[in-house]
Ligand binder design. Structure first.
Ligand code: ZN
Length: 611
């Protein structure tokens, strides 16, 4: 028996030598020259005369065409003897190699996207960074490609790194020998799904349920540490775990956070989701200042492990990196995810119901800037094309659609089943490796719930009818009003602008100043320093203003400190007046109704997770 086994091993060994069935990539982070890194690939065996090597035109989660092939240059292909093979560049992202059966190696140089000289910069969380000795962000689709028909072969990525660097990733399949890290994945999709950030590490780990959570932070000026940011993330993750039924559907998850100094290259900041990690590109600020933002973004990205990562259509499951086809279900992938990220906060007790309804108002105010009559399925299908400018509505109206469904589902199940339970049912039905057909999803959800849900999709998601918010919110004892007059304390009817030099708001226009403003005695260009003893902090100014409006009644004493410049000298000046409420038009007013039936109250409590 022993001999037979040995014999088999020898045969297998020979077979492996003759036929290589995996991609073996090599990168050396010690050999960076002018922001370029050389990529070397020992290719899997190719069985056709010609073969096309692809870099992605687009990657999942970004909903934008980026042409990652444009960052690869000096592309060369070689046979086993090191002789060059002829290569035709077909377009920005594809190279055709001749005599491919003899192909053994490919090499090319990659430039990072973050500071590239292109018309439209890649949104950083989906791009690549090469800063010698400082930081390298391997969003793997920016470095590595695949051959036609061979997306499902195994991948091995070997990274030689500076001795003091660490590679943070959600991948668990890592082997380290000396200063070489070897990452392996089962296919190209999983490689693209797993960004790796290299730098001198600042990491911390903890457990949520059974999952190992890694927080990794890069901040050039050390504005915030992994340990500091982990406090907020831990708190929201605990709530998310409970929200998802008590366990997290992953064993390991990494929050990879790059804090940028100065201005954002692309003008944006945010994050991109993956199955076992999410990558964040946020401004350098103290952990305290980043806190609310990190919680909101982390909650959203983490909830993506529900959808699209575990509930998705074929368009996403078998993603076409070159000719992408969009799914019509962005209302779910982004909308329901965003709804969860807000709803978990009230459901878990981090926000009061009243605060939560204000969040809904904000979403509606934002959504009003987009085309309400555009069917959401249509927006979704054409989000790379004619409806590109409507895309951001997925986070606004998309989240409101999620809320409507949640209420409808609760209403029909006597409060027992909400949309999070529906999503749990769907992820059992489908899953990471089982996609649904784009056309079948609405019927499937109706089958698991009721025909009224199907009707909702037909009217409000597949067509652009105005959402029945008054009716639905009334079922949970919440009043919904449009265009109402409310009396509110403001800042006196002056228009504000930001002075970038002092980082303060100043009075830019006084032409609509009201009695309260006059009583305070503002002067043009006054800069706001503090209101009622609370210093104004630009990172939370919106919240501070909301609190001021909420907590100030007609006749209350108000004290505002402004910095006023006169004759070249700037001095702080105290302005005092009694608050005067001014009638204002409010686009949406959503309030808890206390005069409701027992059924309404029970349904509301079920919806918002109240005792
Ligand atoms: Zn998202």
């Amino acid at each position: 028996m022993k001999n037979v086994l040995c014999g088999l091993l020898i045969v297998l060994g020979l077979a492996v030598n003759a036929h290589n069935d995996k991609y073996q990539f090599y990168l050396d982070l010690n050999k960076i020259s002018s922001d370029l890194i050389q990529v070397k690939l020992t290719t899997p065996t190719i069985s056709s005369d010609k073969i096309i090597y692809n870099m992605p035109k687009i990657v999942p989660g970004t909903y934008k065409i980026y042409d990652f092939g444009q960052y690869a240059m000096d592309f060369e292909a070689f046979n086993k003897d090191g002789k060059p093979l002829s290569v035709n560049k077909l377009d920005k992202n594809r190279w055709e190699i001749e005599n491919a059966t003899t192909l053994a190696e490919i090499s090319y140089w990659v430039e990072d996207t973050w500071d590239a000289n292109v018309d439209e910069l890649v949104f950083e969380p989906g791009g690549t960074n090469i800063e010698k000795g400082e930081n390298v962000v391997l969003n793997n689709h920016g470095f590595f490609g695949y051959f036609d028909g061979m997306k499902y072969a195994k991948y091995e990525v070997n990274v030689t790194r500076p001795d003091d660097f660490y590679g943070s990733t959600g991948l668990s399949t890592i082997k380290t020998t000396g200063n070489i890290d070897q990452f392996t994945t089962d296919n190209y999709m999983d490689l693209v799904d797993s960004p790796i950030m290299y730098n001198v590490p600042d990491t911390t780990t903890f457990k949520i349920g059974n999952a190992d959570i890694l927080i990794s932070v890069y901040s050039k000026n050390k504005s915030a540490t992994a340990l500091e940011l982990s406090k907020d993330i831990k708190e929201i993750l605990e709530l998310q775990k409970d929200y998802l039924g008590g366990t997290l559907p992953v064993d390991k998850y990494a929050f990879i956070i790059y804090l940028y100094a100065g201005a954002s290259g692309s003008g944006g900041s945010g994050a991109l989701e993956h199955s076992y990690s999410s990558f964040y590109y946020l401004p350098e600020m103290s952990a305290e200042q980043l806190s609310g933002f990190v919680v909101r973004v982390a909650a959203h990205e983490f909830f993506h492990i529900v959808t699209p990562l575990n509930i998705h259509s074929k368009e996403i499951g078998d993603f076409d990196f070159i000719s992408p086809k969009m799914s019509k279900h962005l209302w779910m992938y982004e909308g329901v995810t965003e709804y969860f990220a807000g709803h978990v906060q009230v459901y878990g007790g981090m926000k009061t119901p009243k605060e939560y309804l204000e969040l809904i108002e904000e979403k509606l105010v934002g959504a009003a800037f987009f085309k309400d009559e555009l069917a959401f399925t249509e927006l979704s299908l054409q989000c790379l094309g004619e409806h590109e400018d409507q895309y951001s509505n997925v986070y606004l109206k998309g989240a409101i659609i999620g809320m409507c469904l949640d209420i409808l589902l609760r209403d029909q199940s006597g409060g027992k089943i909400g949309i999070k339970d529906m999503m749990a049912m769907l992820s059992k039905e489908y899953g990471k490796y089982k996609s649904f057909e784009d056309v079948e999803l609405f019927d499937k959800i109706a089958e698991l719930s009721s025909p009224e849900i199907r009707e909702f999709f037909t009217k409000y998601v597949e067509a652009g009818n105005e959402l029945p918010l008054a009716d639905l919110l009334n079922r949970v004892g919440v009043t919904f009003k449009k265009d109402v007059k409310v009396k509110e304390v403001g800042l006196g009817g002056v228009s504000l602008d930001l002075n970038p030099e002092t980082n303060r708001l100043y009075i830019a226009d006084m032409s609509n100043m009201n009695e309260f403003g006059k009583a305070l005695g503002y002067k043009i260009n006054d800069e706001f320093v503090a209101i009622n003893g609370v210093e104004i902090n630009m990172d939370s100014v919106q919240e501070q203003m909301n609190n001021f409006k909420k907590n100030t009644k007609n006749g209350d004493k108000v004290e505002i400190i402004v910095a006023r410049t006169q004759k070249g000298k700037t001095k702080n000046k105290k302005l005092k007046a009694k608050a005067i409420t001014i009638e204002k038009n409010k686009k949406y007013l959503i309030e808890l109704n206390e005069n409701i039936t027992k059924e309404q109250l029970e349904l509301r409590n079920a919806w918002l997770g109240q005792e």
